[in-house]
Design a protein around this ligand. Structure first.
Ligand SMILES: CC(C)(COP(=O)(O)OP(=O)(O)OC[C@H]1O[C@@H](n2cnc3c(N)ncnc32)[C@H](O)[C@@H]1OP(=O)(O)O)[C@@H](O)C(=O)NCCC(=O)NCCS
Length: 179
């Protein structure tokens, strides 16, 4: 589907439930990656949701969630998404989360580049956005490496487990994108 030499993105299947459960079942990571409260779920609920998507696939109009794995042997790396798609204004947001052991090896950069390609080329978007906690150096650096510009800081916007932390917003216009 969407791939570099090392990383492939594809829709998750019910068999991916244990990996998805591990990725999204960490309450501390949830504080970093999600603005909604963490709700504990068991692996069976994750599988049930993925099974439902087999017969009732999401229409993908406003969001697309993909799984990232290695091309070499299909090792699960994490997930990436295009969400908040606004076709009228032609923009969307990007989201990404990798397992701890997959981080710091360039995979995040490749996943963001693949999501940009999907957003700009296949969804004909004009602008992509990324938001993260100001303290998330890894995400900020990855966004910058992928060509995103720091466009602003929202003060005390998100609860991070200790208090309300600043959020930074990054944007990339299609005309500034290097495929
Ligand atoms: C953020 C994340 C996706 C980055 O992916 P990654 O594979 O670890 O990043 P890469 O290896 O591609 O590195 C990209 C850049 O970030 C830098 N970087 C990576 N981890 C870093 C860290 N912990 N501290 C500082 N810089 C870091 C790299 O040096 C590289 O910089 P360069 O392009 O100048 O060489 C990944 O760390 C992750 O999933 N973190 C947890 C979830 C998360 O925070 N998601 C974002 C929520 S908005």
């Amino acid at each position: 589907m969407f791939a570099t030499d090392r990383v492939r993105l594809r829709p998750p299947t019910p068999d991916d439930a244990p990996n998805m459960f591990r990725l999204y079942g960490d309450p501390e990571l949830h504080l970093v990656t999600d603005g909604e409260p963490f709700l504990p779920r068991h692996v069976g609920q994750v599988r049930a949701r993925l099974e439902k998507q087999v017969t009732e696939p999401p229409d993908g109009q406003t969001a697309v969630s993909l799984l990232a794995e290695t091309v070499a042997d299909g090792t699960f790396l994490g997930g990436g998404s295009l969400w908040g798609v606004n076709p009228f204004n032609q923009y969307a947001h990007l989201g990404i989360s990798l397992l701890p052991e997959a981080r710091g090896q360039g995979y995040g950069t490749e996943v963001i580049q693949l999501l940009c390609r999907y957003g700009f080329r296949n969804r004909n978007l004009r602008r992509l956005e990324l938001e993260t906690l100001a303290s998330n150096t890894a995400m900020r650096r990855t966004a910058e490496t992928c060509g995103f510009t720091h466009e602003g800081t929202q003060r005390e916007r998100e609860y991070d487990g200790d208090g309300f932390a600043d959020m930074v917003i990054y944007g990339l216009l299609r005309r500034d994108w290097t495929p």
